[in-house]
Design a protein around this ligand. Structure first.
Ligand SMILES: C[S@@+](CC[C@H](N)C(=O)[O-])C[C@H]1O[C@@H](n2cnc3c(N)ncnc32)[C@H](O)[C@@H]1O
Length: 256
């Protein structure tokens, strides 16, 4: 079976430890017939957080992801960077690819609600789409976050932009094709911000080469750790789109 990502070999021992432990948890959950992690995270939120409290909901998910079962949310540290980027921008219309259980949708939605903005979030899994919708509704953000079920590939052509900020966080081998799809459908404007999660933990070389060398982005890398795992390096790439005014840099011959 082909996996939808390549791991970054720079941190191989920590990465293998992570996948070993997670593989065992996955098998245990399957053997015990437990609900999915996203479903258990939603149940935990409903038990512990009152409705209409997005901050409390995010704290509960962070606690669940650290202390109960790992969750593939952007998490508290990388999430703080995403929140700061959104807060410091004037973004009103945002796009997310990959909702999972709705953590980053709530994180962005609570900021956008304060400025009458809107987030469209695309989620390919039917179960995750339902769970993230319930999570967003529990946070009181159903009017701000529009969760759509389907693959980015299928949904992007029908979107109406331009988007002020795009958060890319779905299967890693789709980052570049879906960003190119967004570009092709004119969904970015000069100054649009593209935030890509997990570009240190996974091998995102093709995506990073594109945003760093195609000549349409000012791109910065922020090294941080994997969500809820302080021992495993990860990174977020934040790229600001520049509207076709600059030429593609001429590749320099290597000195060797
Ligand atoms: C890492 S999780 C998203 C985490 C979420 N952004 C957060 O930080 O809370 C990735 C999600 O992307 C979804 N996904 C995978 N491929 C997709 C695609 N082609 N289009 C839309 N969603 C996709 C998966 O079902 C999964 O729920």
């Amino acid at each position: 079976m082909a996996l939808p990502f390549k791991i970054n070999r720079d941190h191989l021992p920590a990465t293998l430890r992570f996948f070993g432990a997670e593989g065992l948890h996955f098998l245990r959950d399957r053997l015990l017939g437990r609900d999915s992690r996203a479903a258990r995270a939603l149940a935990y939120v409903k038990e512990t957080v009152p409705q209409g409290d997005p901050e409390g909901l995010l704290r509960a998910l962070d606690h669940f992801g650290r202390e109960h079962s790992f969750l593939m949310n952007v998490g508290d540290r990388k999430g703080a960077l995403l929140a700061r980027t959104l807060r410091e921008s004037d973004a009103h219309l945002c796009l997310e690819i990959g909702a999972f259980c709705g953590y980053s949708a709530v994180l962005m939605g609570r900021i956008l609600a304060e400025r009458d903005g809107r987030l469209i979030s695309l989620e390919a899994s039917r179960e995750n789409h339902r769970i993230s919708q319930e999570m967003v509704a529990w946070a009181g953000l159903a009017d701000t976050v529009d969760l759509r079920h389907g693959s980015a590939e299928a949904l992007i052509p029908d979107l109406e932009g331009p988007f002020d900020l795009v958060f890319i966080d779905h299967w890693k081998d789709l980052y570049l094709p879906d960003l190119e799809r967004i570009e092709k459908h004119d969904l970015l404007r000069d100054g649009s911000i593209v935030v890509a999660d997990n570009v240190g933990f996974f091998d995102a070389e093709e995506y990073l080469t594109h945003v760093r060398t195609c000549g349409h982005y000012d791109s910065t890398n922020y090294p941080l750790s994997v969500e809820y795992r302080d021992d495993i390096p990860d990174a977020v790439e934040i790229s600001v789109y520049r509207d076709g005014t600059r030429e593609r840099p001429i590749p320099q011959p290597s000195s060797s």
